[in-house]
Design a protein around this ligand. Structure first.
Ligand code: NAP
Length: 294
């Protein structure tokens, strides 16, 4: 990529700005939809119950879909809905040819089986990339939707010139939502990093991470990654979110790590907005897969 004047932290690390990149992505998608003659592209969101963070996430996703020139269809259901009724609502969207992407906001209230709900999503409409068929496609290298958070991490690294080929990467956290697909994306052909998957039983996490050129922290323990985890010049991407008395905090001790890292994501304003940006990218691709445009 051509040398660009990126914002830097006081310690000199490139600030990988997720808000900016998400906005670029949304503007780009809007331009592509307009250039195609404004075909109908529809993202359906399903919100069950009244969890406040979930309400905010869904509101932001709907807003960005509309900004990108897509249609946002929203289904809001009470927290005490029965499993069969929720399944019927999701099945309606799955069967509706005018809906291209379906996002069921997780977690669902206690008593509802999210796995059975995800099983109802056709892979083409699974824009969160969370179903076993989407995961299988990722593993097999077939066309499909990639989970939005790890995809957002990849987009941030591409945009901010983080080299991956031949580099060592450590992903902390092994969930199917983030850590596992992140490892697959880092290690696959074209990205060509050599990833290590670390977790709560990994032992000396600082020593493992110090070997890495790229660290992706997806844990949910505020400030876990300190300066002593970081090789000078490494890229550090913070996925973790902890709601503390001092507000939202990431897994990375930003103030200390920015003085050592070569590139770093802020929290908030890093991987979170890119999760939404990549949801828009997946929805656009979903509409193409379903023949909304060539
Ligand atoms: P999760 O399913 O709870 O997984 C957390 C992982 O962290 C587990 O693999 C766990 O290891 C590991 N872990 C826990 N404590 C650890 C420690 N002290 N040292 C090393 N590893 C440790 O969580 P998730 O769904 O992957 O989400 C991870 C974090 O990312 C959460 O804070 C979540 O809120 C956030 N998140 C952010 C975004 C975004 O857009 N930025 C999107 C999704 C999630 P074990 O497997 O050994 O238990």
């Amino acid at each position: 990529m051509a040398e660009e004047k990126w914002e830097r932290t006081p310690g000199g690390a490139v600030l990988m700005d997720g808000n900016r990149l998400r906005d670029e992505l949304v503007v780009d998608l809007k331009g592509r939809i307009e250039a195609l003659g404004n075909p109908h592209v529809c993202l359906a969101t399903v919100l069950v119950g009244d969890d406040k963070p979930s309400q905010i996430y869904v509101r932001n996703k709907r807003k960005k879909a509309e900004e990108a020139g897509m249609v946002s269809r929203h289904v809001e259901l009470p927290g005490d809905i029965s499993q069969p009724d929720l399944e019927a609502a999701v099945r309606d969207l799955a069967d509706d040819p005018s809906v291209h992407g379906i996002l069921v906001q997780l977690p669902l209230p206690d008593g509802l089986d999210a796995e059975r709900i995800l099983d109802l999503l056709p892979p083409e409409k699974d824009v969160d990339g969370l179903t076993e068929r989407s995961m299988g496609r990722l593993l097999r290298g077939r066309d499909g939707h990639v989970p939005c958070t790890p995809l957002g991490v990849m987009r941030l690294m591409e945009r901010y010139g983080v080299e991956t080929a031949g580099k060592k990467a450590v992903v902390i956290g092994r969930s199917t939502l983030v850590g596992l697909p992140q490892v697959l994306l880092l290690g696959r052909k074209g990205c060509d990093a050599t990833p290590t998957l670390a977790h709560s039983r990994s032992g000396d996490l600082a020593a493992i991470c110090r070997e890495a050129d790229i660290i992706v922290a997806a844990v949910g323990v505020a400030g876990l990654v300190t300066a002593e985890f970081v090789k000078p010049g490494a890229a550090v991407l913070d996925v973790g979110i902890s709601r503390t008395a001092d507000g939202i905090q990431g897994d990375v001790d930003f103030d200390a790590v920015q003085a050592v890292a070569g590139a770093i994501t802020p929290m908030p304003g890093g991987t979170g907005p890119m999760t939404i940006g990549c949801l828009m990218e997946n929805t656009f691709n979903a509409a193409r897969m379903q023949g909304a445009f060539a």
